[in-house]
Design a protein around this ligand. Structure first.
Ligand code: ZN
Length: 274
């Protein structure tokens, strides 16, 4: 009996142990499955993140590439700009201006000489000198010169009332406009006297000068040429008078000499717009 009971007991213990072990292993298995599943999940997530990373990397790469492209574009633009700038730098600009005309003989001579040399200049004309010389004004415009205003009767406009001064300027501007179709936008005040308080100043730009050989005092061609060449530099505005033969001859000699030095003659407008 004892043996039987012991046998049953052992059997029971073994059975219980098997069940226990079975449950234990099942649990272990389940846990492993769960862990594996969880690990799989993590791996999947990692992969997903990695994918995102690649995407991010790709975006960054693209962005970098794009930036590089933009940089390149910017460099190219800069280079193009530099090249244009260098070209502009190489062109030393200077302006010839002539006051007091038009003269019936000397202004024509001057226009012929400037045309032969491909030079553009600025003429500040006196209104009372225009009647009967309209063809000269027309020629100035046709040749591409700028026509400015030097009042109607060469008066000191700073001594006039604003109303009178504006009338002086308008009279000349109207004459020029009747002939060329364009009013005058630039004024050279006689004696360099310009009153900034003038009402009409908003529609007129006063233009002074930087080189004045005092051509009307000497009327000596070689002296005028020497004085201008001595002083002339880039962006200068040279003052001469086309009312004297000596000044016209000097002007053409100045053009020849300065063109040989690489200067380009432009209108005052082109110089001021730089
Ligand atoms: Zn003058």
């Amino acid at each position: 009996m004892d043996t039987q009971i012991r046998g049953k007991a052992v059997g029971f213990v073994l059975f219980a142990a098997m069940i226990f072990l079975s449950i234990y292993f099942q649990r272990q298995q389940a846990q492993t499955d769960a862990e594996q599943a969880a690990a799989g999940q993590v791996a999947a997530e990692q992969q997903a993140e990695s994918g995102a990373g690649q995407q991010l990397g790709s975006d960054a790469g693209q962005q970098a590439g794009s930036d590089a492209g933009q940089q390149l574009g910017s460099d190219a633009r800069q280079q193009a700009g530099n090249s244009v700038g260098q070209q502009a730098d190489m062109e030393k600009k200077i302006a010839l201006t002539f006051d007091d005309g038009p003269h019936p003989v000397y202004t024509k001579l001057l226009l012929d000489g400037l045309r032969e040399r491909g030079v553009k200049a600025t003429f500040f004309v006196v209104g009372e000198n225009i009647p009967g010389r309209e063809d000269i004004i027309r020629q100035m415009a046709q040749d591409g010169h700028l026509i400015g205003n030097h009042t109607y009767d060469h008066c000191d406009i700073s001594s006039l009332s604003a109303e009178e001064a504006c009338r002086e300027l308008k009279k000349t501007s109207d004459l020029v406009e009747q002939i060329t179709g364009n009013a005058t936008a630039y004024v050279r005040p006689p004696f360099g006297k310009w009153d900034d308080a003038l009402d009409c100043r908003t529609s007129m730009i006063a233009v002074k000068w930087t080189v004045d050989p005092m051509d009307w005092t000497t009327k000596n061609t070689s002296q005028v040429v020497a004085k201008v060449l001595e002083a002339a530099a880039e962006n200068d505005i040279i003052l001469l008078h086309d009312y004297y033969e000596s000044s016209v001859k000097a002007a053409l000699e100045i053009v020849d000499r300065l063109q040989a030095e690489g200067f380009t003659f432009v209108t005052v407008e082109e110089l001021l717009l730089e």
